[in-house]
Design a protein around this ligand. Structure first.
Ligand SMILES: C[S@@+](CC[C@H](N)C(=O)[O-])C[C@H]1O[C@@H](n2cnc3c(N)ncnc32)[C@H](O)[C@@H]1O
Length: 225
């Protein structure tokens, strides 16, 4: 069960980066204070983070008056997020799998985003239609993750436990920016800007960042449309 993997990941992340007292922020890259920030989300009244981890971005948005929700599969992450940011008015943390959460949701959000989070770990054929359905017209989808390993595109598998343990498989989906753009276009998104943001030092790994808007009209266009 991937929840086991993500709970273990949560404990490792907490040990690697203990709580600090600085103001929370929205950071898309793996490098502190590098790259774009909260402005990529526009000026939403409501937001939803897919795979919110310890909740910093949710807290940053809520502190600006946004009705901000984060959803995460890991109970450990949700506990940490609530302990750290539960006191911030407008910040909410939901313990759920993204597909189940969106499948049951009966509302829309102005912005849906994912920072190295759940979008990377879900089949785009399943998650993109759900995201579109739950974005307000003109609403923004923004996400970031690592660029693909050259030559290895689409579904990627890895073992999420020791090779002597019960097997646990974790999957993620990796595409070049132009492929993400085409996937989004086919799923009813426009104004797409997909690129690799360069690292602060040359030669280091960049960050794939994708921005898109929910287009009016039919959810899916034909591959030739
Ligand atoms: C690499 S962490 C990133 C966390 C956070 N966004 C950050 O920037 O620190 C990925 C997060 O996605 C969550 N996640 C993975 N698959 C998920 C799913 N299907 N539904 C909800 N959350 C998921 C994990 O529990 C984990 O907290």
């Amino acid at each position: 069960m991937t929840t086991t993997y993500w709970n273990r990941y949560a404990l490792g992340a907490a040990n690697a980066a203990p709580d600090d007292e600085s103001a929370p922020s929205v950071r898309w890259t793996q490098y502190p204070s590098h790259g774009p920030g909260i402005e990529l989300l526009g000026d939403p009244r409501s937001s939803l983070e897919l795979g919110c981890g310890r909740g910093d971005a949710v807290a940053a948005l809520a502190a600006r008056g946004v009705d901000a929700t984060g959803v995460d599969l890991s109970g450990t992450q949700c506990e940490q997020a609530r302990r750290r940011w539960g006191h911030v008015a407008g910040a909410r943390f939901e313990h759920a799998d993204v597909l189940e959460f969106l499948g049951a949701a009966d509302r829309t959000w102005d912005a849906i985003y994912s920072i190295w989070g759940a979008i990377w770990f879900l089949d785009p054929a399943l998650v993109l239609p759900l995201v579109r359905k739950h974005l307000a017209p003109g609403g923004k989808l923004v996400f970031s993750h690592a660029p693909p390993v050259p030559g290895a595109y689409g579904i990627q598998g890895m073992y999420g436990a020791a090779f002597t343990a019960d097997p646990l498989w974790v999957y993620r989906w990796s595409y070049e920016p132009d492929v993400w753009a085409e996937l989004l276009r086919r799923n009813g998104f426009g104004n797409i800007h997909a690129r690799v943001e360069a690292a602060p030092e040359s030669g280091k790994l960049g960050t794939l960042i994708v921005e898109a808007e929910r287009r009016p009209g039919p959810a899916r266009v034909s591959p030739h449309g």
